[in-house]
Design a protein around this ligand. Structure first.
Ligand code: BGC
Length: 772
């Protein structure tokens, strides 16, 4: 028999008796009351920061609206556009409506656009300037197609769970790197007058149980709850969202999961508290598609816009105002935030018609041709190149030098035989084995996939190179144990690690590909492995094979995938990618963070619980804490040259600092004094090898009582052989602070801070101690 019990009664029962109350199944969410503190009322947008004039215009606009018009603005409609979401227009006031479309790695589901390198690939570039340029060109494509709001980029999942199905959509498992790159992306995209919608807010760290639904036993279960403490929330998961709000994103998408047992899109602590009070967010919160689970409660908790449409709101909003369950000013605030965002981006004039460039079906005439503009070409390619991470290169295997005979193997070397306009990557949310066997994986699956103008597959680019060099190519893409010509100068094996929205991955490697690689290596003395990996891919089954002489994590480069990898293989580009995550020696090294939480048969089976009890110790922070040696450390990547580090200099900007940031009016991003620069750190990097190359100097800080080290600075510099460059890192108050849950503020502790500068999180030749 199912019993409905409260938390108090359970605790009492545990205290008073020894018999097994744990078996009693929780059937009412009242059990969880208090897990997520209530924060009301919902803060009204004030026009803070650079939003003042957008708010003046929006308020004047909203003053002219009827109640019906206001209500219509708060939810999407089924429309005649191809947009993922549409807000209908108000022609009498010159408002055309808004088109929202996926996604953060390029426009999805349409034609004449480019497939850009995906999030994890861009994370691996560690290149701020390139990231911003990519944003500019992507933003321009959205604009040309009449898309007002890019649904992305994603910074959540951050990557807590190694097998997370959507980790590849975001940049890195490190909040600092992710925050820096989201900032540049927003600046780039929004320079084109296109809004970003940063997703998924928040702690959306697994696909498993992301939606409520019927479980295997036919019972209705809620979505997974990410249970997370205040400190971890601030120092890890909220961090990149803070950067996004600071950069001026006008839209944040709340996620499917629950946080501390309250759905993210109706969680007043998250929306009213963290986002709209602490971070001073002036834009609107939009629900992920179908993520609204309550009516007036979600409006009062801070949700402003529902997509793709709302079963709950409509006239219930005005009825709620009449019966007193919602303030009229809240509805005004919802629509003011949405309209202010339109003005904030300057979309009221000169913006192409709503979704006008996106045909609804393939037979419609194509109205906006934007693919591969000459100006975008070099950025498309450069972003594709720089996300390749070379992790093994022995016996001078790479770069290749006009080989006589090159043999190419693997299901990932050629272009997929069929592309579907509506799906980007030709398939959508299909639970698949760990590899996608039907062609090269240039992006991941689901709504984060993008649409290519063409696909330059690895074999295509290798054919062109063979023509130039007079190389003979042999290939076999289908055999798992191919015949290998023993006179091959080198063998290339292309495999992938697939991931998609909708499912978490089923492992960090797959037996088919591992056997293929080993079979080739057994017959070929110089075997080069290229992995298009949508997330962490382990190589433990074959990395020590003496014939495996080079390995590249090629991630998800977008449509220029072949051209990019061949540039690297032949040394036209010197590899400069660095891992934005840790590669372990074996799966079990990720411990409890390997797999998603699967609702078990415990008392919480109707309310799946995922406890983030590791706190801030994920990925390299966890490996450092447990003293586990990774195979390839966070930040690791080889080059065709070598770099020497020297001359570390630290200068404090002041001799004394207050413990907490001085009080100041909140701007988008929070207390502006958090971004005061405290310290400048310089180092000299010398190219000690024989070819020009780009180095990624990384700065880590050990904050007292925190992880052993945390990334707090990085740069990317191109240095000619024999030459040196000075890099300079400016660190802010936030970079040195910890979240003080009692004070509800960022605390700058007095004490000693170890500062490290070097090549990756485990190779840090320079260090010093800073006293604050
Ligand atoms: C995804 C979002 C996406 C939306 C619209 C949802 O299923 O979680 O990331 O933007 O669909 O396609």
């Amino acid at each position: 028999m199912l019993l409905s019990i409260t938390k108090t009664s359970l605790l009492l029962a545990v205290a008073c008796s020894s018999f097994a109350v744990a078996e009693e199944i929780i059937t009412s969410d009242s059990y969880f009351y208090g897990d997520s503190p209530p924060v009301y009322p919902s803060p009204r947008g004030s026009g803070a920061g650079d939003w003042a004039s957008a708010y003046v215009k929006a308020k004047a606009f909203v003053a002219k609206l009827s109640d019906d018009e206001k209500v219509n603005l708060t939810a999407g409609v089924t429309s005649t556009t191809a947009c993922s979401g549409t807000i209908q227009g108000i022609p009498r006031l010159g408002f055309p409506g808004l088109c929202l479309n996926d996604a953060g790695n390029g426009l999805r589901g349409t034609n004449y656009v480019n497939s850009w390198a995906s999030g994890v690939h861009v994370g691996a570039t560690w290149n701020r300037d390139l990231t911003k340029k990519r944003g500019e060109y992507m933003g321009n494509e959205f604009r040309t197609k009449g898309v007002h709001v890019m649904l992305g980029p994603s910074v959540g999942p951050l990557g807590r769970v190694a097998e997370g199905g959507r980790n590849w959509e975001a940049f890195s498992v490190d909040p600092y790197l992710t925050g820096a790159l989201i900032y540049e992306t927003i600046e780039g995209v929004q320079s084109q007058g296109v809004a970003t919608s940063i997703k998924h807010f928040i702690a959306n760290e697994q696909e498993t149980d992301r939606h409520p639904g019927t479980n295997d036993e036919g019972q209705y279960a809620e979505a997974v709850s990410s249970n997370i403490d205040d400190k971890t929330m601030h120092e890890l998961y909220l961090w990149p969202f803070q950067d996004a709000v600071h950069a001026g994103t006008p839209s944040i998408m709340c996620s499917y999961n629950r946080v501390n047992n309250s759905y993210a899109c109706q969680n007043s602590k998250l929306l009213n508290g963290l986002l709209k009070t602490e971070l001073g967010f002036q834009g609107y919160v939009v629900s992920d598609w179908g993520a609204q689970h309550s009516g007036i409660a979600s409006a009062n908790a801070g949700l402003d816009l529902v997509m793709p449409s709302s079963d709950f709101w409509g006239h219930n909003l005005t009825n709620a105002i009449t019966n007193g369950t919602m303030e009229a000013s809240r509805l005004n605030d919802m629509v003011t935030r949405i309209i202010a965002s339109w003005y904030y981006l300057g979309q009221e004039s000169g913006f192409p018609g709503l979704g006008s460039g996106m045909p609804i079906n393939v037979s419609q005439p194509h109205q906006a041709v934007v693919a591969t503009r000459p100006a975008a070409k070099s950025t498309l390619l450069q972003a594709a190149v720089e996300g390749h991470v070379l992790v093994k290169n022995i016996r001078n295997t790479l770069p290749l030098k006009s080989p006589r005979l090159l043999s190419v193997f693997g299901y990932d070397a050629y272009a997929p035989s069929k592309l579907q306009l509506s799906q980007g990557f030709g398939f959508l949310e299909i639970k698949s084995p760990e590899a996608y066997m039907n062609g090269t994986q240039y992006t991941g699956g689901g709504s984060g996939g993008n649409s290519p103008a063409y696909i330059d597959a690895p074999i295509d680019a290798l054919q062109r190179q063979a023509y130039e060099d007079g190389t003979t190519l042999q290939w076999d893409f289908s055999s798992q144990d191919p015949a290998v010509d023993y006179t091959s100068d080198a063998c290339l094996v292309f495999v992938n690690a697939y991931a998609t929205e909708g499912f978490d991955r089923q492992g960090l490697s797959d037996p088919y590909s591992d056997a293929l690689i080993t079979n080739v290596a057994n017959k070929c003395k110089s075997t080069i492995v290229v992995i298009h990996n949508a997330g962490i891919r382990l190589v433990d089954k074959w990395i020590d094979h003496s014939n495996i002489t080079a390995v590249i994590y090629a991630h998800l480069p977008g449509q220029d995938t072949g051209r990019a990898v061949v540039d690297i293989l032949y040394g036209r580009s010197n590899p400069s990618g660095r891992l934005p995550y840790t590669v372990a020696k074996k799966e079990s090294d990720y411990g409890g963070l390997l797999q998603p939480t699967v609702g078990g048969n415990d008392k919480f089976k109707l309310f799946p619980q995922s406890d983030f009890s590791e706190g801030v110790y994920i990925d390299y922070r966890a490996f450092d804490k447990a003293g586990i040696e990774p195979l390839y450390a966070f930040g690791f990547g080889l080059s065709y040259t070598t770099f020497d580090y020297s001359n570390l200099k630290v200068s404090k900007h002041n001799s004394r600092y207050s413990a907490y940031p001085p009080k100041a009016s909140i701007i988008p991003g929070g207390n502006p004094r958090l971004f005061d620069s405290l310290v400048t750190i310089k180092a000299t990097i010398k190219n000690s090898g024989r070819v020009e190359g780009q180095e990624v100097p990384q700065l880590y800080v050990s904050i007292p009582h925190g992880p052993k080290r945390q990334l707090r600075g990085f740069d990317k510099v191109s240095i000619k052989p024999g030459k040196s460059a000075t890099v300079s890192f400016t660190l802010t108050r936030r970079d040195f602070s910890t979240w003080d849950a009692n004070a509800q503020d960022w605390l700058l502790q007095k004490g000693q801070y170890n500062i490290y500068v070097g090549r990756n999180s485990r190779d840090l030749p320079l260090s010093t101690v800073l006293t604050i």
